[in-house]
Design a protein around this ligand. Structure first.
Ligand SMILES: [Zn+2]
Length: 771
């Protein structure tokens, strides 16, 4: 375009970058930010040819003490060293020790006191009184000989009798006990809930056994202390777990139940078999049966045996209060059993939605990542608000005692189930290091959760994913924010930083930067490459670029390594048309401008006040200039125009008469993030056009740029980011001419009603019936 118009009299068009200085810092390739690729992790983001990971296989026996809310366990771990290194000791995680009175978590918890404090907060602050933590009773080798061990807070080092060489395994056993925390008062990612109405307990058990720490090529041993936020880094292995509980309990666990005929009645086994063939939930233990079980106490015990292959952890739940339903889900030609376990307090919501939400999650996530590889997927309702384990998740949200619920509760329940079941993919299968990087599981999973929610119901009220929902966070004061690439235990504004921002970043990549086709392919490739392995951030960043052919270094740098935000302003628009130089046309245009020029106030008043001017009164004062028309076209003008036309080629003549409009639009980057420009032009005739300009437009100048838009029809308004794609924090400077956005006052006299719409509807219909 530049070459064609160069020969024409186009007034004032400046082509190319406004400022010539090279200022490409935001587009420089990530170098020192990323680790150097090696034989374990390749530059493409795939596992390298010498990639290795350790393995830990478990056989565990555990017994639940329902009288005292405690467990006693013993485990045998077979640890296989696939690394090229010789290991003289191994590290085991003792995450329960977070409940020890003098745990680092308890000692380093900061708090402020207020004049009024809820009882729950006080209970939580005095949780040191709970006698929690592992009581390790014995650590021994395969022959039963005691092994030397050292406990350092939530970590335990076991010294091996002889060094463990590459490709060798070592087997050792640990016996322990621990009290179970009351989750409702002490918090935690597991624990029990007590139901005073029927004097029963419901247990959600996790971090309940000493677990092998990860030893890898990046950190060596990952034995950073567990403080509560940075979750777990765990190796894969096979589990055989025997759980002994009161005989009237129903147990949910990671893996497949091995002895249904010993723990389930014939009726329950029959219903279980029906559920396995059903495409909608079938109730295996009914509410009636569960309510009956609540009222008695079994004297004897039963042992439930579960086996799970290739998992990184094991969780279970147990109660006589459990209702249990299940359905079959077909994933990639395989059958998976989606199941839910919940007390009557969860109904009516749980029976209607839980298992369907589990099934939905498996279907949507499998489409975008890998086919769900495990035989079961479970949602359990108890005290824990939301927590994930392989095949098992603990989920909150409960209707009111009267059976009604708010829409927040309904969608909160569906969302948390999608989220926690979704964690099977990130980090249970695509097994990132949660102790170090919360965003690698929470961010990726929250992004997938958003996709699954939108496939559950049109316009589903997703809390996170849409760019506009992260705007408030992105506007936060700088001292309340840290980059996404911050260790899990040091993240500020945890939910926004580790869940919302990375999820939104991925959504922006998918919708605006890369497009769905390139993004979906690359995201799936990441899942395929790192399924059942341990990916690091660089493996994700590199794979997304490697598989899509899109340079995203600028995006990772801005969104993951800084706290910059998007705030792009449209600061100016200049409008040019081609000066055709035809004197008749040019003069007519000038005359029109003259006629449109405003009359000054004095001119307007003088029109009335001065009845006659002197010249009007005395005609002899007129001369040539009183009748001269400077805008009349002369023969000389026409001659010059003909000469000019004679020099033009036919193509140039066509351009000259095209009537094109040239708009020079100025943009200013006020938030720091370089982002694509989505510009909507609205034309005089009511039609509109949207132009998507890649972020690379900022490569010469990261702060201010101009762009020329050429249109046939005159533009009446320009709008930046009209579909809210970029999380722009200030929309007031996104339109030209500026638009005034209306705001509304909300005026109310009374406190809002506390009841939910279902309760109000019920009350109204009862009143009507009474009349
Ligand atoms: Zn999560």
């Amino acid at each position: 375009m530049r070459n064609i118009v160069a020969g024409l009299a186009l007034v004032g068009l400046v082509a190319g970058p406004l400022a010539a200085q090279a200022q490409d810092t935001k587009f420089a390739q990530l170098a020192q930010e990323l680790p150097t690729p090696n034989t374990y992790r390749s530059a493409s983001g795939a596992p390298g040819h010498a990639y290795w990971q350790q393995r830990a296989d478990y056989t565990i026996k555990v017994e639940l003490d329902d009288q005292n809310q405690a467990i006693t366990g013993s485990e045998t771990i077979t640890y296989t060293n696939n690394s090229p290194d010789v290991l003289s000791y191994v590290w085991v995680q003792l995450d329960q020790n977070i409940f020890e009175p003098n745990s680092m978590s308890n000692l380093t918890r900061t708090a402020e006191l207020q004049k009024e404090m809820p009882l729950r907060a006080v209970e939580y602050m005095t949780r040191e009184e709970f006698d929690g933590g592992f009581k390790i009773q014995k650590v021994s080798d395969r022959g039963g000989k005691a092994l030397k061990y050292t406990i350092n807070n939530t970590m335990m080092r076991i010294d091996l009798p002889s060094p463990l060489k590459p490709k060798q395994s070592v087997t050792f056993s640990i016996d322990w006990k621990h009290n179970i925390n009351n989750q409702k008062t002490l918090g935690g990612r597991s624990g029990y809930e007590y139901f005073p109405e029927d004097d029963n307990y419901l247990y959600e058990m996790a971090q309940w056994f000493p677990r092998m720490a990860v030893y890898d090529d990046v950190n060596g041993w990952q034995h950073k202390q567990f403080l509560g936020s940075g979750e777990f880094a765990l190796p894969f292995g096979d589990y055989k777990v025997s759980i002994t509980v009161p005989a009237d309990h129903v147990v949910a666990g990671t893996g497949v139940l091995q002895n249904p005929n010993q723990v389930l009645s014939d009726t329950h086994q029959k219903r279980w078999a029906q559920a396995a063939k059903s495409d909608k939930p079938v109730v295996i233990v009914t509410q009636e049966e569960a309510e009956k079980a609540e009222k008695s106490r079994a004297k004897n015990k039963k042992t439930w045996v579960f086996e799970a292959d290739n998992v990184r952890d094991f969780a279970w739940a147990s109660s006589r209060k459990f209702i249990w339903d299940a359905m079959n889900v077909k994933v990639g030609g395989k059958n998976v059993l989606a199941m839910s376990y919940y007390p009557k307090e969860g109904n009516p919501l749980w029976g209607q939605y839980s298992t369907e939400a589990v099934a939905h999650t498996l279907e949507v996530y499998s489409k975008h990542t890998i086919d769900y590889p495990y035989p079961v997927a479970i949602s359990v309702h108890g005290p824990v608000g939301g927590m994930e384990y392989p095949m098992v998740s603990f989920n909150g949200y409960r209707p009111e005692p009267d059976g009604t619920y708010s829409d927040r509760t309904k969608y909160g329940l569906i969302s948390v189930i999608i989220h926690e079941v979704g964690h099977n993919f990130f980090p249970m299968i695509i097994n990132s290091d949660e102790r170090q990087w919360t965003w690698m599981d929470e961010g990726l999973n929250t992004f997938m959760q958003y996709l699954a929610e939108q496939e559950w119901e049109r316009n589903y009220p997703s809390r996170r994913g849409e760019p506009q929902d992260i705007v408030e966070y992105m506007k936060s004061a700088p001292n309340t924010m840290v980059p996404i690439m911050t260790n899990s235990e040091s993240v500020l504004q945890f939910g926004n930083n580790a869940y919302g921002k990375p999820a939104t970043a991925l959504n922006i990549l998918r919708e605006t930067v890369m497009g769905r086709e390139l993004f979906d392919y690359a995201f799936k490739e990441y899942a395929k490459r790192w399924a059942f392995k341990h990916p690091m951030p660089a493996d994700f960043f590199r794979t997304m670029e490697d598989a899509s052919g899109v340079d995203l270094d600028w995006f990772w740098r801005g969104w993951f390594y800084t706290t910059d935000h998007t705030d792009i302003a449209m600061t100016d628009v200049k409008w040019y048309t081609i000066d055709s130089q035809d004197p008749a046309f040019v003069n007519a245009q000038l005359r029109e401008q003259q006629n449109k020029a405003p009359q000054t106030l004095s001119q307007q008043r003088n029109l009335n006040d001065i009845k006659k001017t002197r010249v009007e009164l005395r005609p002899q004062l007129n001369d040539f200039y009183n009748n001269y028309d400077p805008l009349a076209t002369t023969a000389e003008d026409e001659q010059a125009y003909r000469q000019f036309l004679g020099q033009l080629t036919p193509e140039q003549k066509e351009k000259l008469n095209s009537g094109l409009n040239f708009y020079e639009v100025s943009f200013e980057n006020q938030g720091g993030l370089v982002m694509p420009l989505v510009v909507r032009m609205s034309y005089e005739d009511g039609s509109e056009e949207v132009v998507n300009i890649p972020a690379e437009i900022w490569r010469y100048n990261n702060d201010e740029i101009t762009k020329v838009f050429i249109t046939e029809k005159p533009v009446v308004s320009f709008e930046l980011d009209p579909y809210l794609q970029t999380a722009d924090t200030d929309l007031s400077d996104n339109a030209f001419p500026r638009q005034v956005a209306p705001s509304r006052f909300e005026i109310f006299k009374q406190e809002r009603q506390r009841s939910n719409p279902m309760q109000r509807e019920r009350a109204t219909s009862q009143n009507n019936n009474g009349r």
